[in-house]
Design a protein around this ligand. Structure first.
Ligand code: HEM
Length: 206
């Protein structure tokens, strides 16, 4: 590999591996402050998981598999505000689709929000409904927050693990209050709070 290719891959890993999960956690903190019932449901799920362990015991793989509701909430937050808006593909053969001709070699851009915010696929698309991810969840290729096919996100399971563990610890210790209600997010290039999402953390009284 050339030096440029190595540098390119390192930058991809830093960007793909850090910014994606950190913006998702930021969105989660905002969402939970705005949806106290969802926060309470998560707290209940995680109090139960923690109480089945020895005091101070680390989460193990079996515990992670029990975390269903929180992952549904994270998935729903990423459906409404996908951390990555889309990616490029190159047509390796001529493609004819829906009356459009895309010659071999053309660059194509697929967009996460086109399906995940389509009201025909997800009714009331901007409404937070974690139950959309229960059982089999959305139909294949309608929720492509992690992409799809052979080039889909390489770090999906790692991202799931780190976000679940981080929120398991945070939610059991604190509730968060937004210091700037309705703070605006812009894509830059990932969803970013304009004023840094200042919050006040209140420890639980137990
Ligand atoms: C919330 C977290 C994350 C989201 C939403 C996300 C999303 C995505 C998306 C949409 C793609 C493009 C997939 C495609 O073209 O079909 C991608 C690719 C990739 N992601 Fe992630 N990602 C996340 C976390 C991570 C983490 C933690 C890592 C590494 C530790 C990672 C590494 C990669 C790599 C290496 C690729 C390129 C895969 C390839 O081209 O073969 N991602 N990710």
């Amino acid at each position: 590999m050339s030096e440029l290719l190595i540098a390119n891959n390192i930058l991809l890993l830093l960007f793909a591996g850090h910014d994606t999960s950190s913006v998702t956690l930021t969105l989660l903190i905002k969402t939970l402050a705005e949806h106290p019932q969802v926060y309470q449901n998560i707290l209940q799920e995680h109090t139960e998981i923690a109480s089945s362990k020895k005091e101070g015991g680390f989460l193990n793989w079996e515990d992670i598999q029990k975390i269903k509701y929180l992952w549904n909430v994270i998935s729903e937050v990423m459906r409404i505000t996908p951390p990555i808006l889309g990616a490029y593909r190159e047509a390796i053969v001529d493609i004819n689709y829906a009356g459009y001709h895309m010659p071999k070699g053309w660059k194509l851009y697929w967009n996460t929000g086109l399906t995940s915010l389509d009201p025909e696929i997800f009714p009331n698309p901007t409404r937070l409904e974690p139950s959309r991810f229960e059982e089999a969840g959305p139909a294949p290729y309608t929720y492509v927050t992690f992409g799809g096919g052979p080039r889909m996100c390489l770090g999906k399971e790692f991202a799931r693990l780190e976000m679940l563990v981080f929120l398991h610890v945070l939610i059991r210790k604190f509730t968060g209050k937004l210091l700037i209600p309705n703070e605006k997010f812009i894509y830059d290039p990932m969803p970013t709070p304009l004023q840094g999402l200042p919050i006040s953390l209140q420890p639980h009284n137990y």
